[in-house]
Ligand binder design. Structure first.
Ligand code: UT7
Length: 320
């Protein structure tokens, strides 16, 4: 498949911060426990006036501004599709993507839809963009991952609520015509509601429930396999990869993969300390943070990988 160029990125998080110390005031937990087991110190939590749509709009506006600054050929009139990944949309309908079309003043002759795939949602949006481009779609595609995980949390369940936060990330992407560009992708599904699920009322309680250890085992294995498989498909080694951009669920999960590649530790950026696990927003948020810190630059070759409820996993190896 032809490559995808990341033209501009943006992100948005709520102002309100919930620290581990804050949680330990109402829960039998501690900053020490949470940091040691997960690497998380804080998470951003949406107020009553914020939601997936408001965070998505802010992140998307920033990605559009970044694209305008970086690519003279870009204008918002050239956005040909919008894919929004979320499982906590403010509106049941219309989709978050339709709200983005209206609020951002995008053309009407575009495809706009949401992707519900929990933590793998943003990479599915990226992969879908790749397929649209491969099928001949011209112009730019706006991808957004946005989530208000706090709305699914039972704040008396210490095994789950300490792990998640709210936020949004966005990217404007375009077909990549550079000769050296590459794009490889994988995706997998093992449907199961045992490890991670959230059933709406009245059948369920509307809270996210998780078997932490089972998810941990699945996540570590799927991340490790994803990196190995993509390198194999591309006939490359980690020497040929500039950064491995992982879904930010738990530092120990990323460490378990990092350990297998001695000498490459600096390629596994982490920032769950600040944002916790933001599900579909996670990979988009980390991409934007890495661009902002100068860790990602045009022409670099990266792997991006995610795993989560489904159970699902997906990953790409691409030139950015
Ligand atoms: O996008 C994918 C989303 N999910 C994940 O990535 C989660 C993957 N799983 C994990 O990250 C880890 O399994 C957790 C961080 C959730 C839990 O760590 P663990 O080492 O697997 O702990 P555990 O579930 O085996 O629990 C050990 C103990 C238990 O107490 P007892 O039974 O030994 O007395 C838990 O009740 O730790 C207790 N515990 C806590 N203690 C303090 C569970 N949560 C907490 C907490 N604070 N927040």
């Amino acid at each position: 498949m032809s490559g995808i160029r990341i033209v501009g990125t943006g992100s948005a998080v709520p102002e309100t911060i919930l620290t581990n110390e804050d949680l330990s005031r109402t829960l039998d937990t501690s900053d020490e426990w949470i940091v040691r087991r997960t690497g998380i110190r804080r998470r951003h939590i949406a107020s009553d006036t914020e939601g997936v749509h408001t965070l998505a709009i802010e992140a998307a506006e920033k990605a559009i501004a970044a694209a305008q600054a970086k690519d003279p050929g870009f204008s918002r009139e050239k956005i040909a599709a919008v894919f929004a990944a979320t499982m906590t949309a403010s509106y049941v309908c219309p989709s978050t993507a339709c709200i983005l079309q209206e609020e951002l003043g995008l053309p009407e002759d575009i495809a706009a839809f949401d992707i519900s795939a929990a933590c793998t949602g943003f990479l599915y949006a990226l992969q879908t963009a790749g397929h649209f481009f491969a099928a001949g779609k011209k112009g730019y595609i706006l991808l957004v991952g946005a989530e208000c995980m706090s709305r699914l949390m039972d704040y008396t369940d210490r095994s789950c609520c300490v792990l998640f936060g709210d936020g949004a990330g966005a990217a404007v992407v375009a077909p990549d015509e550079r000769a050296e560009s590459c794009f490889y992708e994988i995706a997998g599904t093992k449907g199961s509601r045992k490890e991670l699920s959230c059933l709406r009322q009245p059948q369920g309680d509307g809270f996210l429930h998780m078997d932490g250890q089972a998810v941990y085992r699945f996540a570590s294995l799927s991340l490790r396999n994803a990196v190995e498989k993509l390198l194999d498909m591309a006939g490359l080694t980690l020497d040929d990869i500039d950064q491995v951009v992982c879904h930010q669920a738990n530092a120990r999960i990323i460490d378990s993969v990092k350990k297998r590649y001695p000498g490459h530790e600096d390629k596994f950026f982490m920032h769950m300390e600040e944002y916790a696990n933001t599900s579909a927003a996670s990979v988009a948020l980390v991409l934007d943070d890495m661009y902002g810190k100068g860790l990602l630059r045009p022409g670099m070759r990266i792997i991006a990988a995610a795993f989560g409820a489904g159970l699902s996993w997906n990953a790409v190896l691409m030139t950015i």
